[in-house]
Write a protein that binds this ligand. Sequence first.
Ligand SMILES: *[C@@H]1O[C@H](CO)[C@@H](O)[C@H](O)[C@H]1NC(C)=O
Ligand SMILES: *[C@@H]1O[C@H](CO)[C@@H](O)[C@H](O)[C@H]1NC(C)=O
Ligand SMILES: *[C@@H]1O[C@H](CO)[C@@H](O)[C@H](O)[C@H]1NC(C)=O
Ligand SMILES: [Cu+2]
Length: 157
Amino acid sequence: MATRYNKLGISRAGLILLVTAASLLTGCMGRPSKANRPNTIVVGGSQGWRFGFNYTDWAFENGPFYLNDTLVFKYDAPNSTTFPHSVYLLPDFWSFLRCDLRRAKQVGNAIAGGGDGFRFVLNRWQPYFFACGERNGFHCKAGLMKFVVLPFPRCHG
Ligand SMILES: *[C@@H]1O[C@H](CO)[C@@H](O)[C@H](O)[C@H]1NC(C)=O
Ligand SMILES: *[C@@H]1O[C@H](CO)[C@@H](O)[C@H](O)[C@H]1NC(C)=O
Ligand SMILES: *[C@@H]1O[C@H](CO)[C@@H](O)[C@H](O)[C@H]1NC(C)=O
Ligand SMILES: [Cu+2]
């Protein structure tokens, strides 16, 4: 099961990078109206940021994302009956594939996702490897709480 998932993860992530590279080579393409102004996107839509929702799938179907778009992570603060979530950035593709949090950087803590949610602006042209950092990678791995974004350059005009 774990092996099968990793294999698919590689091919899907690889596809995303390929598509991104292709569009950079061919210039500004895709959905110009979406690209002209910064968008605010709620990660997972009505599902929010939760255990067991496939965020790789979500990112693929809701992208592409553009520079200066804002991602909003919505998750309730933990209480006696619910587990915490968080938002981490993993340093590279390999740690992303393995949900290896050793060199990860926390950007949103366990209570940051309440209310209007935790907002993160994609303001650099780089791949962002997002993951939930809870339970030492268990949410990332078994809970599918991870996805990659490489924001497109914004189209003007
Ligand atoms: C999550 O979605 C991706 C992309 O659609 C798919 O390749 C993968 O198999 C899914 N993972 C699980 C565990 O269903
Ligand atoms: C993103 O926002 C920053 C700060 O507002 C701005 O300087 C930059 O030009 C914007 N980049 C794009 C690609 O829109
Ligand atoms: C814990 O939080 C969940 C989600 O916000 C909420 O539905 C539930 O009622 C809360 N439980 C307690 C004991 O506060
Ligand atoms: Cu989590």
